[in-house]
Design a protein around this ligand. Structure first.
Ligand code: SAH
Length: 358
C-alpha cells in the first residue's frame, strides 16, 4: 500500500522529471541517475536507504517526497505455475497482475487501470465498469512487488501490458511507466520484451506512432469484419477495424519488428474458414504475427470457445498463407488468471490453491 500520499511520490516521475526535480535542490544530473537505480534496480522502500546521497539531501528530499510501495494481499498459484497477485491500492481499489512462466521466459502481465471502460463482451474486467487510471507508481510497483517474491536465480524476462484496463486510455502514465521499464538506469528491460496491447484507440495510436520510447505493439483484432468486431468490442463502432488496420499499416516499425495481432477465437462468431482467409487478406503488407487465443469461458460470458479441430484448422490456414500464427495456451485459468478473467476481486472458492506465494 502506498504511504504519505500528500508528498511527491518519486515513482511518478519520468527520468527527465526526476532530473528537473533534483535540479530544484541544486543537485547535479547524476544524482537523479543514482536515485533511479535505488528505486528500480535495488528496489529500496525509503529515501534514507539511498546511502550515496548525503544525509542532508536525503532529509531534504524526504520532507517533500516519498516512495510508495505495494504489497500483495493474496497470491494464488495454478498447477501450470502461473501466479496471480491481488493488490490493494491506497484508496481501497484492487488490481491484479499475473506472472506466467514459460520455458525460458517469465512474463509479468500488468494492469494499467482499475476496471475498464471498453466493455468487450468476452472480457470479465469490463463487467465491473471503469474506476480509475493507475498512477505511474502503481503500474511500476506491480513489477517491484512481484520481483520481491522471486528467488535470486529467477528474474522477470518480459512485461506485457495486457492485464486490467486499456493502456492507451491511460496514455501518459502508461508511457511514462514504459519509459522507466526500458531505461538503462531503471528496470533495463529490452524494448523487445515490453509489449503494450490495445483494443486500437485511434487518436492514441496516432500519438504513439510519434513517440521515441521503444516497445512492442500488440493489437486486439478479434474479428475480420466490422459487424462481428462491433458485436464483440463495442469500441469498434467508434474506431472501426478498417481504420485500426490503416493505422497499423502506417505505424513506424524498426527493421524486423512486427505487430502482434491478438485474435480471441469465439465459436460461431469469428472462427470460420472465411474469417481465416479474410484475416490473411486484411494483414497483407503489415509485418505481423498472430496470437490466436481460444476464448477463456466464464460464467456470464455469452460465448463459447471453438472445438479444438476448428482452432487447428484456423491456424493452418493462416500459416499456409505465410503468417506466423501461434495458438496461445490458456494459463492459470483455474485461478481466473487467464486473459479476460482479471477482476481485482477475491474469489471465495480457491481452497485448492496456494494462498501464499510458493
Ligand atoms: N485492453 C487491452 C489489454 C487488455 S486485454 C487490449 O484490448 O488489448 C488483453 C487480451 O486479452 C486482449 O487481446 C483481449 O482480446 C484478450 N481477452 C480478453 N478477454 C478474453 C477471454 N475471455 N478469453 C481470451 N482472451 C481474452
Amino acid at each position: 500500500m502506498s504511504t504519505s500520499s500528500q508528498k511527491n511520490d518519486l515513482k511518478n516521475l519520468s527520468p527527465s522529471e526526476l532530473e528537473e526535480f533534483i535540479a530544484s535542490f541544486g543537485k547535479e544530473r547524476y544524482r537523479s541517475i543514482q536515485i533511479l537505480r535505488w528505486l528500480y534496480q535495488k528496489g529500496v522502500q525509503t529515501i534514507d536507504e539511498m546511502t550515496n546521497l548525503s544525509k542532508k539531501f536525503r532529509e531534504e528530499l524526504s520532507r517533500i517526497s516519498s516512495i510508495s510501495t505495494l504489497h500483495p494481499l493474496k497470491v494464488e498459484k495454478a498447477k501450470d505455475g502461473t501466479k496471480k497477485f491481488l493488490f490493494q491500492l491506497e484508496d481501497g481499489n484492487r488490481i491484479e497482475s499475473v506472472l506466467i512462466p514459460d520455458k525460458k521466459r517469465l512474463t509479468l502481465c500488468l494492469s494499467t487501470q482499475v476496471g475498464c471502460a471498453l466493455g468487450c463482451q468476452f472480457c470479465l474486467t469490463a463487467r465491473n465498469g471503469f474506476k480509475r487510471d493507475l498512477a505511474v507508481s502503481e503500474i511500476l510497483n506491480q513489477i517491484l512487488s512481484v520481483r520481491e517474491t522471486l528467488t535470486d536465480q529467477t528474474s522477470i524476462t518480459n512485461v506485457v501490458l495486457m492485464g486490467m484496463g486499456e493502456p492507451l486510455a491511460n496514455y501518459r502514465n502508461t508511457l511514462k511507466a514504459i519509459e522507466l521499464m526500458v531505461h538503462p538506469d531503471a528496470f533495463k528491460f529490452s524494448s523487445r520484451r515490453v509489449t503494450l496491447s490495445t483494443a486500437g484507440l485511434l487518436p492514441e495510436l496516432e500519438r504513439l506512432s510519434k513517440e521515441k520510447i521503444p516497445f512492442r505493439l500488440a493489437i486486439s483484432l478479434n474479428a475480420t469484419d466490422e459487424e462481428s468486431r462491433s458485436r464483440l468490442m463495442p469500441i469498434n463502432r467508434r474506431y472501426p477495424l478498417k481504420k485500426v488496420l490503416e493505422a497499423c499499416r502506417n505505424f513506424p516499425l524498426r527493421p524486423r519488428e512486427r505487430i502482434t495481432f491478438e485474435y480471441v477465437l469465439v465459436e460461431g462468431v469469428n472462427d470460420s474458414l472465411q474469417d481465416a482467409k479474410r484475416l490473411l487478406k486484411l494483414l497483407k503488407g503489415i509485418p505481423s504475427k498472430i496470437n490466436l487465443i481460444p476464448l477463456n469461458e466464464a460464467p456470464g460470458i455469452p460465448f463459447e470457445k471453438p472445438p479444438e479441430e476448428k482452432i487447428v484448422l484456423f491456424q493452418e490456414i493462416l500459416m499456409q498463407g505465410g503468417l506466423t500464427a501461434i495458438v496461445r495456451k490458456s494459463k492459470g485459468a483455474e485461478i481466473s488468471a487467464a486473459c479476460g478473467q482479471l477482476q481485482g476481486k477475491q474469489r471465495a472458492s480457491n481452497i485448492d490453491f496456494l494462498q501464499q506465494q510458493g
